[in-house]
Design a protein around this ligand. Structure first.
Ligand code: SAH
Length: 218
Protein backbone atom coordinates (compact mmCIF):
# COMPACT_ATOMS: atom_id res chain seq x y z
CA UNK A 1 0.00 0.00 0.00
CA UNK A 2 1.39 3.43 -0.91
CA UNK A 3 1.38 6.22 1.64
CA UNK A 4 -1.42 7.89 -0.30
CA UNK A 5 -3.55 4.76 -0.14
CA UNK A 6 -2.92 4.51 3.59
CA UNK A 7 -4.03 8.12 4.01
CA UNK A 8 -7.21 7.57 1.99
CA UNK A 9 -7.94 4.43 3.99
CA UNK A 10 -7.44 6.24 7.31
CA UNK A 11 -9.74 9.05 6.19
CA UNK A 12 -12.44 6.58 5.16
CA UNK A 13 -12.27 4.82 8.51
CA UNK A 14 -12.42 8.14 10.33
CA UNK A 15 -15.56 9.20 8.43
CA UNK A 16 -17.09 5.77 8.85
CA UNK A 17 -16.62 5.98 12.64
CA UNK A 18 -18.33 9.38 12.65
CA UNK A 19 -21.32 8.14 10.64
CA UNK A 20 -21.73 5.02 12.73
CA UNK A 21 -21.93 7.19 15.86
CA UNK A 22 -24.70 9.31 14.36
CA UNK A 23 -22.89 12.18 12.66
CA UNK A 24 -24.94 12.34 9.47
CA UNK A 25 -25.19 16.05 8.56
CA UNK A 26 -23.39 16.30 5.19
CA UNK A 27 -22.04 19.81 5.88
CA UNK A 28 -20.57 18.68 9.21
CA UNK A 29 -19.02 15.57 7.64
CA UNK A 30 -17.51 17.67 4.84
CA UNK A 31 -16.04 20.12 7.36
CA UNK A 32 -14.62 17.25 9.40
CA UNK A 33 -13.14 15.68 6.30
CA UNK A 34 -11.33 18.96 5.58
CA UNK A 35 -9.75 19.36 9.01
CA UNK A 36 -6.79 17.09 9.71
CA UNK A 37 -6.85 16.29 13.45
CA UNK A 38 -3.14 15.38 13.38
CA UNK A 39 -1.67 18.88 13.92
CA UNK A 40 -3.96 19.46 16.93
CA UNK A 41 -2.57 16.47 18.82
CA UNK A 42 1.05 17.08 19.75
CA UNK A 43 3.63 14.86 21.38
CA UNK A 44 3.17 11.33 22.63
CA UNK A 45 -0.35 10.80 21.39
CA UNK A 46 0.09 12.25 17.89
CA UNK A 47 -0.02 8.86 16.21
CA UNK A 48 -3.48 8.19 17.66
CA UNK A 49 -4.96 11.40 16.20
CA UNK A 50 -7.17 9.50 13.73
CA UNK A 51 -8.82 7.27 16.32
CA UNK A 52 -12.30 8.16 17.54
CA UNK A 53 -11.08 8.80 21.05
CA UNK A 54 -10.39 11.79 23.31
CA UNK A 55 -6.65 12.37 23.86
CA UNK A 56 -4.55 14.34 26.37
CA UNK A 57 -3.21 17.74 25.26
CA UNK A 58 -1.04 20.27 27.13
CA UNK A 59 -2.07 21.89 30.45
CA UNK A 60 -3.83 18.71 31.64
CA UNK A 61 -6.69 19.19 29.16
CA UNK A 62 -8.15 16.94 26.46
CA UNK A 63 -9.02 17.13 22.79
CA UNK A 64 -12.57 15.80 22.49
CA UNK A 65 -13.52 12.58 20.76
CA UNK A 66 -14.19 13.32 17.05
CA UNK A 67 -17.67 11.77 17.09
CA UNK A 68 -18.61 13.96 20.08
CA UNK A 69 -17.25 17.01 18.22
CA UNK A 70 -19.38 15.96 15.25
CA UNK A 71 -22.55 15.43 17.29
CA UNK A 72 -22.13 18.76 19.10
CA UNK A 73 -21.46 20.59 15.84
CA UNK A 74 -24.50 18.96 14.26
CA UNK A 75 -26.67 19.93 17.26
CA UNK A 76 -25.51 23.53 16.88
CA UNK A 77 -27.12 23.79 13.39
CA UNK A 78 -24.53 26.28 12.15
CA UNK A 79 -25.21 28.19 8.95
CA UNK A 80 -22.73 30.11 6.79
CA UNK A 81 -23.81 33.56 8.03
CA UNK A 82 -23.41 32.72 11.72
CA UNK A 83 -21.14 34.30 14.25
CA UNK A 84 -20.13 31.56 16.69
CA UNK A 85 -18.57 31.69 20.15
CA UNK A 86 -16.66 28.68 21.44
CA UNK A 87 -15.74 28.50 25.13
CA UNK A 88 -12.75 26.18 25.69
CA UNK A 89 -10.40 26.34 22.68
CA UNK A 90 -8.23 23.48 23.97
CA UNK A 91 -6.36 22.15 20.95
CA UNK A 92 -8.38 24.31 18.53
CA UNK A 93 -9.83 21.29 16.68
CA UNK A 94 -13.50 22.14 17.31
CA UNK A 95 -12.90 25.79 16.32
CA UNK A 96 -11.23 24.69 13.07
CA UNK A 97 -14.28 22.63 12.13
CA UNK A 98 -16.61 25.51 12.97
CA UNK A 99 -14.50 27.83 10.82
CA UNK A 100 -15.58 25.86 7.72
CA UNK A 101 -19.28 26.16 8.62
CA UNK A 102 -19.68 29.68 10.04
CA UNK A 103 -18.89 33.23 8.97
CA UNK A 104 -16.83 34.00 12.08
CA UNK A 105 -15.59 31.97 15.02
CA UNK A 106 -14.52 33.52 18.30
CA UNK A 107 -12.83 31.06 20.63
CA UNK A 108 -11.90 31.64 24.26
CA UNK A 109 -9.44 29.70 26.44
CA UNK A 110 -8.04 30.27 29.96
CA UNK A 111 -4.62 28.66 29.25
CA UNK A 112 -2.19 30.93 27.41
CA UNK A 113 -0.13 28.05 26.07
CA UNK A 114 -3.15 26.36 24.48
CA UNK A 115 -4.17 29.63 22.82
CA UNK A 116 -0.64 30.11 21.46
CA UNK A 117 -0.46 26.57 20.08
CA UNK A 118 -3.97 26.61 18.61
CA UNK A 119 -3.23 29.91 16.87
CA UNK A 120 -0.16 28.38 15.23
CA UNK A 121 -2.32 25.62 13.76
CA UNK A 122 -5.06 28.06 12.63
CA UNK A 123 -2.38 30.14 10.86
CA UNK A 124 -0.76 27.10 9.25
CA UNK A 125 -4.19 25.98 7.98
CA UNK A 126 -5.07 29.49 6.77
CA UNK A 127 -8.21 29.71 8.92
CA UNK A 128 -8.58 33.48 8.76
CA UNK A 129 -12.09 33.66 10.25
CA UNK A 130 -11.08 32.32 13.69
CA UNK A 131 -10.14 34.79 16.44
CA UNK A 132 -8.70 33.53 19.74
CA UNK A 133 -8.89 35.16 23.15
CA UNK A 134 -7.29 34.42 26.52
CA UNK A 135 -9.99 34.95 29.11
CA UNK A 136 -12.54 33.32 31.36
CA UNK A 137 -15.10 32.18 28.83
CA UNK A 138 -17.89 31.96 31.41
CA UNK A 139 -18.31 35.68 30.85
CA UNK A 140 -18.45 35.29 27.07
CA UNK A 141 -17.13 38.10 24.90
CA UNK A 142 -19.27 41.19 25.54
CA UNK A 143 -17.51 43.20 22.79
CA UNK A 144 -18.29 40.61 20.09
CA UNK A 145 -21.77 39.66 21.35
CA UNK A 146 -24.49 38.78 20.50
CA UNK A 147 -23.82 35.41 18.89
CA UNK A 148 -25.97 33.21 16.64
CA UNK A 149 -24.42 30.11 18.15
CA UNK A 150 -22.48 29.33 21.33
CA UNK A 151 -20.70 26.06 22.04
CA UNK A 152 -19.19 25.30 25.43
CA UNK A 153 -16.65 22.47 25.45
CA UNK A 154 -16.12 22.30 29.23
CA UNK A 155 -18.74 21.24 31.76
CA UNK A 156 -20.61 23.85 33.79
CA UNK A 157 -22.99 23.20 36.67
CA UNK A 158 -25.54 25.35 34.84
CA UNK A 159 -25.42 27.20 31.53
CA UNK A 160 -23.53 30.40 32.51
CA UNK A 161 -25.85 33.45 32.70
CA UNK A 162 -23.59 35.79 30.69
CA UNK A 163 -23.54 33.27 27.83
CA UNK A 164 -27.34 32.99 27.80
CA UNK A 165 -27.47 36.79 27.71
CA UNK A 166 -25.08 36.91 24.73
CA UNK A 167 -27.18 34.51 22.63
CA UNK A 168 -29.32 36.13 19.90
CA UNK A 169 -33.05 35.50 19.81
CA UNK A 170 -33.40 32.39 17.63
CA UNK A 171 -29.86 31.43 18.64
CA UNK A 172 -28.68 28.03 19.84
CA UNK A 173 -26.21 27.10 22.57
CA UNK A 174 -24.83 23.62 23.19
CA UNK A 175 -23.32 23.03 26.63
CA UNK A 176 -22.40 20.02 28.79
CA UNK A 177 -24.05 20.47 32.18
CA UNK A 178 -23.40 18.67 35.47
CA UNK A 179 -20.84 18.00 38.18
CA UNK A 180 -17.37 17.93 36.67
CA UNK A 181 -16.34 14.55 38.08
CA UNK A 182 -19.45 12.73 36.92
CA UNK A 183 -21.23 11.99 33.67
CA UNK A 184 -22.77 15.18 32.35
CA UNK A 185 -25.72 15.92 30.09
CA UNK A 186 -25.27 17.67 26.81
CA UNK A 187 -27.95 20.35 26.71
CA UNK A 188 -29.20 22.38 23.74
CA UNK A 189 -30.65 25.77 24.59
CA UNK A 190 -32.71 27.77 22.09
CA UNK A 191 -33.43 31.39 22.80
CA UNK A 192 -36.99 32.38 21.89
CA UNK A 193 -38.72 35.77 21.92
CA UNK A 194 -39.85 35.11 25.46
CA UNK A 195 -37.23 32.90 27.08
CA UNK A 196 -35.17 29.74 26.66
CA UNK A 197 -36.13 26.22 25.58
CA UNK A 198 -33.92 23.39 26.78
CA UNK A 199 -33.50 19.88 25.48
CA UNK A 200 -31.22 17.13 26.68
CA UNK A 201 -29.27 15.41 23.92
CA UNK A 202 -27.06 12.71 25.42
CA UNK A 203 -24.60 12.01 28.20
CA UNK A 204 -21.03 13.20 27.78
CA UNK A 205 -17.87 13.65 29.81
CA UNK A 206 -15.91 16.91 29.65
CA UNK A 207 -13.24 18.61 31.73
CA UNK A 208 -14.73 21.25 34.05
CA UNK A 209 -15.28 24.90 33.25
CA UNK A 210 -12.84 26.60 35.65
CA UNK A 211 -13.00 30.17 36.91
CA UNK A 212 -10.46 32.79 35.89
CA UNK A 213 -7.45 32.86 33.57
CA UNK A 214 -4.90 30.12 34.40
CA UNK A 215 -1.62 30.97 36.13
CA UNK A 216 1.46 29.96 34.11
CA UNK A 217 2.14 27.10 36.56
CA UNK A 218 -1.35 25.61 36.35
N1 SAH B 1 -12.75 22.28 22.22
C1 SAH B 1 -11.49 21.67 22.57
C2 SAH B 1 -11.57 20.73 23.76
C3 SAH B 1 -11.62 21.51 24.95
S1 SAH B 1 -11.22 20.83 26.50
C4 SAH B 1 -10.84 20.98 21.41
O1 SAH B 1 -11.43 20.93 20.32
O2 SAH B 1 -9.71 20.53 21.56
C5 SAH B 1 -11.90 22.18 27.44
C6 SAH B 1 -11.07 23.42 27.45
O3 SAH B 1 -11.81 24.40 28.17
C7 SAH B 1 -9.75 23.28 28.18
O4 SAH B 1 -8.69 23.62 27.33
C8 SAH B 1 -9.87 24.22 29.36
O5 SAH B 1 -8.66 24.87 29.70
C9 SAH B 1 -10.90 25.22 28.85
N2 SAH B 1 -11.60 25.96 29.90
C10 SAH B 1 -12.06 25.52 31.10
N3 SAH B 1 -12.67 26.52 31.77
C11 SAH B 1 -12.60 27.62 30.98
C12 SAH B 1 -13.05 28.96 31.13
N4 SAH B 1 -13.69 29.40 32.21
N5 SAH B 1 -12.79 29.83 30.11
C13 SAH B 1 -12.14 29.42 29.00
N6 SAH B 1 -11.70 28.17 28.81
C14 SAH B 1 -11.92 27.27 29.78
Amino acid sequence: MTEQDALAERKMQFLFALRSKGVTDPAVLTAMEKVDRGPFVRGLFAERAYEDTPLPIACGQTISQPSVVGLMTQALEVSPRDSVLEVGTGSGYQAAILSHLARRVYTVERHRRLVREAKQVFDAMGLVNVTSFISDGSFGLPDQAPFDRIIVTAAAEDPPGPLLAQLKIGGIMVVPVGQSDAVQSLIRVRRTETGFDYDELRSVRFVPLVEGVARETE
